[in-house]
Design a protein around this ligand. Sequence first.
Ligand code: SAM
Length: 288
Amino acid sequence: MIKRIANISETKTIIEKYGFSFQKRFGQNFLIDSNIIDKIIQGAELTKEDIVLEIGPGIGSLTQAMAESSKKVIAVEIDKKLIPVLEDTLSGYDNVRIINEDILKLDIMKVITEEGVDQIKVVANLPYYITTPIIMNLLEKRLPISSITVMIQKEVAERMDAVPGTKAYGALSLATSYYAQTELITMVKPDCFIPKPTVGSAVIKLTRRYTPSVSVLDEAILFKIIKGGFAQRRKTLINSLANSQPQFEKKQVMQALLELNLDIKIRGEALNLNQYAQLTNKLIELQP
Ligand code: SAM
């Protein structure tokens, strides 16, 4: 039986054994609660058929449990000081591959191809300082990833899962729902980690859509309009868009809104993804 390390005493023993000091710049908050680890694995619906990409295994607490619940875990860790620790805590598993790399620089497609699989699942307790770039990178590159189940900052999870008319609703909610279906799995308190983060956490699952939820003539323009629509939340969509993205002239946006039967004083935060898609297509159509 391999010794599981997802508890405070084993984690402290390992940290002392390796003289490891936590790096704030790498967002290192290690999980010490095995119940949360179980919830992450249940949320991800891991099976013995699954190849899992873990971003930031730390000392391997979640990795151990995932190695037992899946076919293989590919664990990508930036901090080279953690590699000997992982080689130790994961030595009892023959289905774990450790890669010492920055996930934002790694050619993930190459790794998936090397494994010879059609698709993978991403499961991680993410470093909070780069949560959004990591998730957006995974979604935008259209990698063969069926789902992403991750621990992230509670506020970011709420923004991803938000609907129009709520405070949390914004460009991130729209970008997420374009690519995926969201499900909040559980909220997690700071005392489930060492050291304790200063913010609350949540586990969110993003299930990848095979085709985006709306159809647009130009995806890049859709995201520019969404960004522009939320640039100045207190202003009308027309002003917020024109002030931040001058290529969208007020006159044109007004005409597009009128043709779509939308109030010309509407704010960006009142539109849903479908309406942003219609606005995108209308503005492209109206271009001289
Ligand atoms: N999975 C471990 C756990 O749950 O205990 C550690 C989670 S900790 C919140 C985040 C981990 O991501 C750390 O091990 C950190 O070193 C690693 N990390 C930070 N930035 C990274 C990056 N750009 N690429 C890969 N790993 C990174």
